[in-house]
Design a protein around this ligand. Structure first.
Ligand SMILES: Nc1ncnc2c1ncn2[C@@H]1O[C@H](COP(=O)(O)OP(=O)(O)OP(=O)(O)O)[C@@H](O)[C@H]1O
Length: 284
């Protein structure tokens, strides 16, 4: 399918969600464009996961309109929404793997749900491919989630989210609980899959390094709404106290320093490449 730049993939308008007396969202608007990695940040309990659950139809809002690929996802019967659900994959917080199934069997769950007539050898082949695609070795397939490290479980959850070759990927705090090296490797994996598969990514995170490293635009949730959307540089220019505290506090400064070092190294490398005589490029 030809890519249409700036095409809106997710559109949320006037969203209101409440639980009893607690109003989580009120008048929330947000739009996600095709092909971007769209970060969602906000303090704990500001409703990031509830927003994601609303978009994928697991939470019926009090008010508002939500469309994905131009179709409403609110109040759709499971059977009705099959055609849209096939086009997205979801990695829930913690991976949410079935503990009694192997990694390969977990990856096969959505395949069995949407394509019940696929034969077992094809299911095994697709699952094997997805497992390797997320950086796990092929021998992770027959293992149970309890036999994997936290980072491996995330990759297994990602393999399952990618089982149907989705156009849209939802990730809820994918790097939570990973050490910094594991988290950076997971960020790289997301960025590289986004490029190779042309994915649109809706990414909830608290991880400033992830925001800096891979997000094209970031939405900030506060006061029951999305209070700002933009690149990190655009957000840094705003004087909202939470945004300033979040991006310019000690952790924000550390993430800024890391990204500046990476940019400087990239610039230096490209200057070296420009001045290098032909034929002396990187060997392959
Ligand atoms: N099913 C539910 N029933 C009652 N309250 C809920 C339910 N789901 C979410 N909430 C409440 O809605 C609020 C927002 O929850 P949500 O999980 O979306 O927050 P979050 O921004 O993702 O937080 P965190 O960053 O800590 O994961 C919380 O106060 C939570 O307790």
């Amino acid at each position: 399918m030809a890519r249409r730049d700036n095409e809106t993939v997710i559109s949320v308008h006037g969203l209101r969600n409440s639980f009893g007396e607690q109003v989580v969202h009120d008048g929330l608007d947000v739009e996600v464009r095709r092909g971007e990695i769209f970060g969602v940040v906000g303090g704990s309990g500001t409703g990031k996961s509830v927003l994601m659950r609303s978009i994928i139809g697991l939470q019926v809002p009090d008010e508002g309109e939500i469309t994905v690929f131009g179709e409403s996802t609110i109040g759709r019967e499971e059977t009705e929404a099959v055609d849209i659900r096939k086009r997205w994959g979801v990695l829930f917080q913690g991976g949410a793997l079935f503990s009694t199934l192997t990694v390969a069997e977990n990856v096969q769950v959505p395949l069995r749900e949407f394509y019940p007539h696929l034969d077992q050898s094809l299911l095994d082949e697709i699952a094997g491919y997805k497992v390797v695609m997320t950086g796990l070795s092929a021998d992770a397939g027959p293992k149970y989630p309890a036999e994997l490290s936290g980072g491996m479980r995330k990759r297994a959850g990602l393999a399952r989210a990618l089982a149907l070759d989705p156009e849209l990927l939802f990730l809820d705090e994918p790097t939570a609980g990973l050490d910094p090296i594991g988290a950076a490797a997971f960020d790289e994996l997301i960025a590289s899959l986004q490029k190779t598969m042309g994915l649109t990514v809706f990414l909830i995170t608290h991880d400033l390094d992830t925001l800096y490293a891979i997000c094209d635009r970031v939405a900030v949730l506060a006061d029951q709404k999305v209070i700002a959307v933009g690149t990190i540089d655009e957000l840094l220019a705003l004087d909202h106290p939470w945004i300033q505290e979040y991006f310019k506090g000690p952790r924000g400064r550390a993430a800024t320093a890391t990204i500046n070092r990476a940019r400087q190294a990239e610039n230096a490398a490209s200057r070296t490449a420009e001045t290098m005589p032909a034929g002396l490029g990187a060997s392959d």
